[in-house]
Write a protein that binds this ligand. Structure first.
Ligand code: 13P
Length: 254
């Protein structure tokens, strides 16, 4: 049985005061949500205060990105080791916004996954296709390629320590959600790619769905057998909505 995991990706949103209030509200509503792993990924500069606020609680903190380098003359970068040392548990890698806007290739994402694993973080590998790729029938090839690049870099055994987030790009921030059947089909495809190398790893890896997950559609998505929670953008900025989504994930594990 895989424990569902729900993470809030705050993207470029939040101030110290807003972060403080949001984390406090999430903590206040989390009491009976032990059946789901929950985390928030604030902008980098807000991570230390979120870690401080959540110490000793069941709410984890993650980062939205890390450098592909360990140390050195890389102005503006933040390393996986630094994130780990300030108390992060997760790091998102290869989010479609980083791929599309910041030139992150499959190979760069693979190196980041490797470096995150070495530092003791749990990488959340984000994969997903554009609308054009879906409509031209290339979606499985594209997502398989994104997975394969990481397999080539770290190998199947280390893959057991990853979380995967399937986020169809056309569903991110658009209000368009993949249907539960569309998402389930892709999650099963991803599990199949891993299963060809290790059925045990394929069974163990958690695959989140992301892309316009809201309080009112989370339960249907999480009811699918290969969907193990969600990576939440916009709806993670409202504690009330985020908690409903976490509750849906907890209920799906029963
Ligand atoms: P939305 O939930 O706002 O569509 O964002 C999804 C996402 O990109 C999470 O990483």
């Amino acid at each position: 049985m895989r424990k569902p995991i729900v993470l809030g990706n705050w993207k470029l949103n939040g101030t110290p005061a807003a972060s403080d209030a949001l984390v406090a509200s999430i903590l206040a509503g989390m009491a009976s949500l032990d059946a789901v792993d929950i985390g928030v990924c604030p902008p980098c500069v807000l991570i230390p205060q979120a870690v401080h606020q959540t110490t000793g609680t069941h709410l984890a903190v993650g980062a939205q990105n890390c450098s592909e380098f360990v140390t050195g003359a890389y102005t503006g970068e933040v390393s996986a080791d630094m994130l780990r040392e300030v108390g992060c548990r997760y790091v998102l890698v290869g989010h479609s916004e980083r791929r599309a806007l910041f030139g992150e290739t499959n190979e760069i994402a693979a190196r980041k996954v490797h470096i995150a694993l070495k530092s003791g973080l749990t990488p959340v590998l984000c994969v997903g296709e554009t609308l054009e790729e879906r409509e031209s029938g290339q979606m499985n090839t594209v997502v398989e390629g994104q997975i394969q690049a990481v397999l080539n870099e770290v190998g199947i055994e280390l893959f057991a320590r990853l979380v995967i987030a399937y986020e169809p790009i056309w569903a991110i921030g658009t209000g368009l959600t993949a249907t539960p059947a569309q998402a389930q089909a892709m999650h099963a495809m991803i599990r199949g790619v891993l299963g060809a190398q290790s059925p045990a790893v394929a069974r163990a890896v958690r695959i989140q769905y992301g892309g316009s997950v809201k309080a009112d559609n989370a339960a249907q998505l999480f009811a699918e057998p290969d969907i193990d929670g969600g990576l939440i953008g916009g709806a993670s900025l409202k504690a009330e909505d985020f908690l409903v989504i976490c509750r849906a994930a907890a209920d799906s594990s029963r």
